[in-house]
Design a protein around this ligand. Structure first.
Ligand code: NAD
Length: 493
């Protein structure tokens, strides 16, 4: 930890991030900070942020409570105008935000640009929701008018991961604000700058002080969850973290968890193998395998196993590793050194369990990659269905092929994991695709499409240990259910 007075001289001044509490930019009450280094070059400090203590998180919840009274009375037009104005501000800064995301999160520039430009669309979508908080009327024998209205929930805690630092946070904060809630936002400590840039746009758009507060740090998430004044927590992150949050939330506080996955791609014998190889490679190596919907298990009919492995190996080896802002780079670094060590351990364990490394398997440290967290696309075969590689989320570019014989075996094996987030099948058979879509245990199913990707207006989430199974309340037409509570009124004359 360093104090702001001793910042490393490589930090650009406007990348010193502060908490945003009640409209003020504040250091942690005890002055503690943490650094975020560029995952492609660990010598460079990209951002420095406060390591918030209990008093800081409590102050943010105080501010959100105080601002709640006026904000819940704000008109739909005011909410919509602020969200739309924030969208325009983010649109105007998309290139700058993408460049900062490359440095802080390690994404290739094309992926960062995609995220920076689609984030404002979330704000526009939820600006419209401010006008659609409709209730209903009910015929009644008792009284002439029975009706329901949608109220805000209160203070909403938003806790997000680093891998979609703008998009993920925006699709939680925007509906919360549109419904008249106030928010305490806890960005990932891997991407504090991105979290701050998002909140900055809302502030510049005219959001009143205290309606959106931001606290940074490694401990702030648990502190926010522990504060009983926070009426709802919307969380995206690892399953282990989600379990601890779920256990801490008692009766009367609502919680939405979107967690990890071990997402299968099933390739049947009748599949177009070139197309299937592309589906497998995109599912597995997009964002260096650091997508919640990324595939880890490739279940292939034994008839086409070797031919598919060969095609996927060629696509894996065609990836160009490097810093995300270098031309031609298709795969950036892993988020930190610990993630690289995890990949090394995963490969070592899989080999010990009898798997064969087809390509990759070791960190890349040569030349321009020396100071970064680089691990290449890695393909293993002969992976046992109950081995750790087949069962546990890896969150990196390491995949395991398993042989199956027909759809029954594929379904049985694919469902034999604790997760249920995303799943894909490659086949030319409509009936096989339909049966897979009906019987696979997953919140999202793709046919001849990669497991990754999302539509910003369609439900997104998982079942089993991949979340609370309430993804109809995360994206899509019923998303506002999470951010509102229903009041039924019997109106007498
Ligand atoms: P993480 O769980 O380590 O951290 C997520 C957030 O939770 C961070 O802001 C972190 O500081 C905070 N946090 C940590 N401990 C906490 C606690 N005890 N209480 C409250 N908050 C706490 O996850 P990560 O490494 O940032 O992200 C990777 C994980 O997220 C993967 O497992 C991935 O599958 C998952 N993910 C899921 C989805 C989805 O929609 N299902 C999307 C993206 C990522």
């Amino acid at each position: 930890m360093s104090s702001p007075a001793t910042l490393p001289d490589r930090v650009v001044p406007d990348r010193v991030v502060r908490n945003r509490i009640g409209g003020d930019l504040l250091d942690a009450s005890d002055g503690a900070t943490f650094e975020r280094r560029n995952p492609a070059n660990r010598a460079v400090v990209v951002s420095v942020a406060p390591e918030s203590a209990a008093a800081d998180v409590a102050a943010a919840v105080d501010a959100a409570e105080q601002a709640a009274v006026a904000w819940r009375r704000s008109t739909p037009t005011r909410r919509a105008e602020i969200l739309s104005a924030a969208a325009r501000i983010l649109d105007g800064r998309a290139a700058e935000l993408a460049a900062e995301m490359v440095a802080e999160a390690g994404k290739p520039l094309a992926d960062a640009t995609n995220e920076a430009s689609r984030t404002p669309r979330n704000l526009e979508l939820y600006a419209g929701e401010a006008y659609r908080l409709t209730g209903a009327t009910f015929p009644s024998d008792d009284t002439p008018l029975v009706y329901s209205v949608l109220d805000p929930v209160g203070v909403v805690g938003v806790i997000t991961p680093w891998n979609f630092p703008l998009n993920m946070a925006s699709r939680k904060i925007a509906p919360a604000l549109a419904a008249g809630n106030t928010v305490v936002f806890k960005p990932s400590p891997m991407t504090p700058l991105m979290g701050d840039r998002l909140a900055e746009a809302f502030a510049e758009a005219g959001l009143p002080p205290g309606v959106l507060n931001v606290v940074h740090g490694f401990a702030a998430g648990a502190l926010l969850v522990a504060d009983e004044r926070v009426a709802a927590i919307t969380f995206t992150g690892a399953t282990a973290t989600g379990r601890s949050i779920h256990a801490a939330m008692g009766l009367g506080r609502r919680v939405q968890l979107e967690l990890g996955g071990k997402n299968p791609v099933v390739v049947l014998a009748d599949a177009d193998l070139d197309a299937a190889a592309t589906v497998v490679a995109r599912s597995s190596f997009s964002l260096s395998g650091q997508a919640c919907t990324g595939a880890g298990r490739i279940l292939v009919d034994e008839v086409v196993h070797d031919a598919l492995v060969e095609r996927v190996r060629a696509l894996a080896e065609a990836h160009v590793l490097g810093p995300g802002d270098r031309p031609g780079v298709t795969q950036g670094p892993l988020v930190d050194e610990r993630a690289v060590r995890t990949m090394v351990d995963v490969v070592q364990q899989a080999r010990a369990d009898g798997a064969t490394v087809v390509c990759g398997g070791e960190p890349r440290t040569g030349g321009a990659l020396a100071a970064g967290n680089f691990f290449p696309p890695t393909v293993l075969t002969d992976v046992g269905p109950h081995s750790p590689l087949a069962q546990r989320e890896v969150f990196g570019p390491v995949i395991g092929f398993e042989r199956i014989n027909g759809l029954d075996e594929a379904l049985a094996s694919a469902n034999d994991v604790e997760y249920g987030l995303s799943a894909a099948i490659c086949t030319r058979s409509i009936s096989a695709a339909q049966r897979f879509a009906a019987e696979i245990q997953a919140g999202m199913v793709r046919v001849n499409r990669p497991t990754v990707g999302a539509a910003f207006n369609a439900p997104f989430g998982g079942i089993k240990q991949s979340g609370t199974g309430m993804h109809r309340e995360q994206l899509g037409p019923t998303v506002m259910d999470f951010y509102t509570q229903l009041r039924t009124v019997w109106m007498g004359s």
